[in-house]
Design a binder for this molecule. Sequence first.
Ligand code: SF4
Ligand code: MG
Length: 313
Amino acid sequence: VKGLSKHYSTKRPASFRKSLVKAVDDVSFHIYEGETYGLVGESGCGKSTLGKTLLRLVEPTAGEALYQGEDLNRMPSRQLRASRRQLQMVFQDPYSSLNPRKTIGRTLEEPLIIHGIGSPQERTELAMRMLETVGLQEEHYDRLPHELSGGQRQRIGLARALILEPRLVICDEPVSALDVIIQSQIINLMRKLQRELKLTYLFIAHDIGVIRHISDRIGVMYLGKMVEEARTDDLFAQPLHPYTQVLLSAVPIPDPRVKKERMILQGDIPSPLETVSGCAFHPRCPFAVETCRKLAPAKREVAPGHFAACHLA
Ligand code: SF4
Ligand code: MG
């Protein structure tokens, strides 16, 4: 991903002046084959928009999203169709993305029909096999979404994404709607599927604990910008951006002997309609200095593979 931006222009009701929302603002990063790249940040920071931009579900304003070296946004539609198969998405709430009147079997076969794969009988066999792959049984084939639990529905969400044998799966808050025990079941299933099917994940979540559990590397987003990026262990051992430090300070440590000071943020996340000068985090940053109000920090490699966008890092 190179310099990717998605800006919207909106009319503010109060003043009827046009203003610009920078949902994603000049974001660059790589996802390597076979890894899980975790994207974390508060809601509204642009992580879902970024995920959708990669799949061209949202058209970017600027920049490129390259898949195996080719820009998805410049691909001729035929080639895009073939690449689309390799790039699939799993959503937060499978219930709202499942048709309530379609049986699970029909739902699973739909992507195969769209891509013209297999005979009706082959599609049914594939759907049955997929049910087993995600830990469900053949008897679920004829069920309707409302007959399943939340965890089972997310298994269907995974099965539907995986039936086309994708290489990269973009998972947008896939466990956020589930309770903690079901969350870890789904995450363990996702890790198992990753090993068996050689998948690459972009895993989007607001919960840094969940992100830590599954990610090889992590990107931290704040107001449309990528403010820090590192291998998971490095990020937790030494978070460099004050925003990351705040996020991590809110994660409970299992060892009661280790004391940690909880950092509290001043103020709320600013409305994306407000334009903040300098570093976008400065109104809430406990370490802000004069420069921060004037100059936006660029993302720099501070240690090998560890990037931060902060003047003090
Ligand atoms: Fe805080 Fe300044 Fe760093 Fe921004 S650049 S995170 S305001 S110290
Ligand atoms: Mg979101």
